[in-house]
Design a protein around this ligand. Structure first.
Ligand SMILES: CC/C=C\C/C=C\C[C@@H](O)/C=C/C=C/C=C\[C@@H](O)CCCC(=O)O
Ligand code: ZN
Length: 607
């Protein structure tokens, strides 16, 4: 059993276990505030005279324990918010005591989990919108709670919204909405215990389409058909994942909401309701692997959860592995390694960004005193995936897949640390693979900084991209639009990444004329595929091709996904032509970005 200790919470975890949360909130769009109360059912694990909860930027009005007003004290912490101390009456201080704490509160405009969008920042520009993002430690700015992954509890939500709006949560609807004409009440229940970072709310003028027997997509009305088309493979992805993991999908519904463009991530695995960025709407389903990723989290991350944020790779590395297995089942086995090659480049970029000896390049970093947002990168995703890839080659792919099923059965509904993962792996293969086990250097995998050794990825699909990239860099032969005829957007991405890598190695970029020619031939400037657009723009900015600025500015202003905007702002800021432009664009547009993105870009631009 792992200890109830977490560096990122101020709550008294070892003394108190929370069993359920019951949220009663009303959304006030005029004041940008959610107000109401939360009931917290809890139990004493170690004798104590208080309950300590995480909060941040919340206005706490009053609190009761079992209906009786209780004393409260709030103590600020520089990094982790404000600890809310509630006095426990003497009769409830002994081990095993159970009680309900009720806290009346409201959120404030500084509540970092919530983005309140004015109508101008939505697609349809008719109504305001609200969405939350609680990972990693923003739930404390939505509700008082034990804000850490190991504190899993069931939750309920009764949310009152203006009647032009609908409310969605990361849970299943437990009753029909009730309206009095002016306001509508929505009822939700999440009966599988979840950590606080998976509590999520969307309120907006939205519509939906059914895309599968357990799935609907939601978005603003003008986009809902496009979203339904883009995410139509959902049921296939779900069935593939169930088969690979030999474990049924336990969450009931798998719905998705395509959010307004300032959503800072590709997707977020909120249970029953994946949040997705509209930058996935390429029109040809080419970016649907993000949905496979969020579906994969239904097993790895949501069912088996990292014990603390230092073990985040167990959420994301496993999810990359399962995402790639799902996509390989849909396309072909060769796609598994092809996707892994794209991931390898992302890992290299993250390690170049931090520096090869930086703590955040470790698979299991020490995150003392640090906000997990600052350490977020492709490292847990791709170094994590590469550890699993390495282990699978060591024990055999089929054996590893069987192990993955056993891992789910062992750890489902629990949290897991890196040591527990290692011990389980070693015990599982101790009889059949003793020689192979003896060769694994776990300490290097877990605690070494920098890149791991590059595996021998299969290059059947990627070799054409590598050859084309080579020709562009060397300027060999002639180029035609037919060079990429019949290619997937991923093959174009691998080509652009290979060009960038070769140019960076030589410290010599393509000429502006060549970049313009390439853009025209391959339609790189006009493409609807955000991943391709991002790579082409990066190539141009690094080459000081100032004519690209209007396109970069347009991209930076039409969406706020950190994967795209942060590196583009950084590259622009590093370039000669774009240094001042980067700060100008951000200055003009910062209110558009999500609070988390705004905070990170601010640092990226050297403020
Ligand atoms: C070592 C890092 C430890 C903890 C960090 C945990 C969370 C960091 C926080 O910033 C939240 C991340 C949320 C991510 C959500 C979805 C991603 O899969 C998106 C990936 C990027 C993208 O596709 O846009
Ligand atoms: Zn993920």
């Amino acid at each position: 059993m792992s200890q109830r200790v977490d560096k990122h919470t101020l709550a008294n975890l070892s003394a108190i276990a929370v069993h359920s949360l019951d949220l009663h909130l009303t959304a006030d769009f005029d004041r940008s505030a959610l107000h109401g109360y939360v009931d917290i059912e809890a139990e004493v694990l170690e004798e104590t005279n208080e309950v300590i909860l995480d909060t941040r930027a919340l206005y706490i009005k009053s609190a009761t324990i079992d209906g009786v007003p209780t004393l409260k004290k709030q103590i600020d912490d520089e990094v982790f918010g404000t600890a809310l101390h509630l006095a426990l009456p003497e009769a409830l201080q002994a081990v095993g005591s159970k009680f309900t704490a009720r806290v009346y509160y409201e959120t404030t405009p500084e509540s970092s989990a919530i983005q309140w969008l004015p109508k101008e920042q939505t697609a349809d520009k008719e109504y305001p919108y609200l969405f939350t993002q609680c990972q990693a430690i923003h739930a404390r700015s939505l509700l008082p709670c034990q804000d850490c992954p190991m504190a899993k509890s069931v939750y309920k939500g009764t949310i009152t919204v203006p009647s032009w709006a609908k409310c969605l949560m990361s849970a299943v609807a437990s009753a029909e909405p009730e309206s009095d004409g002016e306001f509508t009440k929505f009822y939700y229940e999440q009966n599988v215990a979840v950590p606080s970072y998976l509590i999520a709310i969307v309120i907006g003028h939205i519509d939906s389409r059914e895309v599968g027997p357990r799935s609907r997509v939601w978005s603003e009305p003008s986009q809902v058909d496009a979203v339904a088309y883009e995410f139509a493979q959902t049921e296939d992805f779900l069935r593939s994942a169930e088969e690979i993991m030999d474990q049924e999908y336990v969450w009931g519904r798998y719905d998705m909401v395509s959010l307004p463009p300032s959503f800072p991530f590709g997707g977020m695995e909120n249970p029953c309701l994946t949040f997705a960025t509209p930058t996935l709407l390429a029109g040809d389903r080419s970016l649907a692997d993000v949905i496979a990723h969020e579906i994969a989290h239904s097993w790895t991350g949501n069912l088996i959860t990292n014990h603390t944020w230092e073990h985040f790779w167990l959420n994301e590395g496993w999810t990359m592995w399962l995402q790639r297995k799902i996509m390989a089942k849909i396309h072909s086995d060769l796609h598994f390694d092809f996707d892994a090659i794209i991931g390898w480049t992302a890992l290299q970029d993250s390690i170049d960004h931090f520096g090869a000896d930086h703590e955040f390049t470790k698979l299991v970093p020490t995150l003392d005193g640090a906000d997990p947002d600052d350490s977020f990168s492709s490292v847990p995703y791709e170094k994590g995936f590469n550890l699993l890839y390495y282990l699978s080659k060591l024990v055999g792919d089929d054996e590893f897949e069987t192990f993955a099923k056993a891992y789910v059965h062992e750890f489902k509904y629990k949290t897991v640390t890196s040591d527990q993962f290692r011990d389980f792996f070693v015990a599982y293969f101790s009889e059949t693979k003793a020689d192979e086990l003896a060769t694994i250097d776990w300490d290097t995998w877990f605690y070494a900084t920098g890149m791991p050794a590059r595996p021998n990825f299969d290059t059947t699909i990627s070799s054409a991209s590598a050859e084309l990239a080579d020709r562009w860099v060397k300027g060999e032969g002639t180029f035609e639009s037919s060079d990429i005829e019949g290619w997937t957007s991923s093959q174009i991405i691998v080509t652009l990444e290979a060009i960038l890598e070769k140019c960076t190695e030589r410290n010599e970029y393509l000429s502006h004329e060549v970049l313009e020619n390439m853009g025209t031939l391959y339609n790189l400037a006009e493409t609807k595929n955000s991943e391709v657009r991002f790579r082409y723009q990066t190539l141009c900015v690094r080459a000081e091709y100032s004519a690209i600025l209007p396109q970069v500015e347009e991209f930076l202003k039409e969406q706020g996904r950190m994967k795209f905007v942060r590196p583009l702002y950084r590259d622009l800021y590093k370039s000669e032509f774009g240094k001042e432009e980067a700060r100008r664009i951000f200055g003009e547009w910062k209110e558009f970005y999500h609070p988390i993105a705004r905070k990170m870009i601010y640092k990226d631009l050297g403020y």
